[in-house]
Design a protein around this ligand. Structure first.
Ligand code: GYE
Length: 350
């Protein structure tokens, strides 16, 4: 039995009710005519997708994009596993994909370290691994390619926006007191967004009062912000590493009787965010409660499919593939930011 047929056969008990819906019985034996369907589905390319979790709106959009892009219509069968933010679950998922002899593995890794062993197993089995969103710190020979965002660039754009905004408000850098709500520690998004802020704060002379992980969730974003607001009375900026943390931070600011808003010269607390995916965050940005958002594009599915199509066609693909991203704000003070000689217009929140 071929690799793909083996996989399809293992899926047959699940697919059976669906297949039988439009199926007639084999006249001679009375058995359902599954074999024809098996032959047809045997041509599908099988992908095991290990998603890291469901912690944020960005993640849900990313999962949906992947599931929609690897359907039978496009010639694929996808096995999807949610790792629930636990690397051990993701490693188990990868091992089960290897055992099922899938054609490709797509891995969105929760953190960067600890993947060498299982990636070596995939390599030994001859299964190409495509990293999606976050990276791993393993040797580059252990995966085929990566597709995702430049997280430090996102951060630098947002920090340049803050610098220009502070100047436009006639304030001095030393007046800026930031609390920094980090993402999942050790994830590529956290590492890049934290590094960007640390470097900019040093260059510009901003004060970082405290930094702690909010794990990219609304609940932790709220809890961490609430704790910091009790400890520091002079906070005027909350730098959140994603939309959900920013929504939680604003809840904490308002619960503490303070105002999230753009007028930091008049006592507002200015909230910054990444993603621009959560509808709630976009609404808050339209109201100015989130002052600016560095976009992080979650729609990876079609791009990963294009990479696989290129590999299938025997073409070589780039090792690192970046998606284009913008910066959003509804405030009029800053219309563009420059980073490394590139101009990014500040766009209205969509
Ligand atoms: O920004 C955040 C999510 O890795 C880019 O993970 C991703 C980040 C995204 O939970 O919302």
């Amino acid at each position: 039995m071929s690799i793909k047929k083996k996989l399809i056969s293992s899926l047959l008990p699940i697919l059976m009710p669906v297949l039988l819906g439009g199926c007639v019985s084999d006249a001679a034996s009375g058995a359902p005519a599954v074999l024809d369907t098996e032959e047809e589905t045997a041509d599908l390319i099988s992908i095991g997708f290990s998603q890291l979790g469901a912690e944020s709106d960005w993640r849900s959009a990313n999962t949906q994009s992947m599931l929609e892009s690897f359907t039978e219509e496009y010639g694929y069968s996808m096995i999807y596993e949610n790792g629930q933010q636990k690397q051990s679950y993701q490693i188990t998922a990868l091992r089960s994909f290897i055992q099922q002899e899938v054609d490709y593995i797509a891995l969105a890794p929760v953190t960067e370290s600890g993947w060498d062993g299982v990636l070596q197993e995939a390599k030994d089995a001859g299964i190409p691994v495509i990293l999606v969103d976050r990276r791993v710190d393993s040797d580059k020979s252990l995966y085929t390619c990566w597709l995702g965002s430049d997280f430090e660039l996102e951060s630098r754009k947002l920090c340049e926006w803050l610098d220009s905004y502070v100047n436009a408000k006639g304030m001095s850098s030393s007046d800026i007191n930031i609390i920094h709500i980090q993402g999942t520690m050790g994830s590529t998004a956290q590492i890049g967004r934290s590094r960007g802020l640390a470097n900019s704060a040093r260059e510009k002379g901003w004060n970082i009062l405290g930094q702690m992980s909010g794990d990219f969730t609304q609940t932790k974003g709220r809890e961490v912000t609430a704790a910091y607001l009790k400890r520091f009375l002079d906070v005027n900026v909350v730098y959140c590493e994603n939309d959900n943390e920013a929504i939680g931070a604003i809840e904490a600011i308002e619960a503490a009787g303070k105002t999230a808003g753009p007028d930091i010269d008049k006592g507002d607390i200015l909230v910054l965010s990444f993603d621009g995916t959560a509808e709630g965050a976009k609404e808050l940005a339209k109201e100015g409660k989130i002052a600016a958002i560095a976009e992080c594009n979650p729609l990876h599915g079609p791009k990963v499919r294009a990479l696989i199509e290129a590999i299938e066609a025997g073409e070589s693909v780039e090792k690192f593939n970046y998606v284009d991203e913008r910066i959003f704000s509804s405030l009029p003070e800053v219309s563009e930011v420059y980073v490394e000689g590139v101009l990014y217009p500040v766009e209205d929140v969509e």
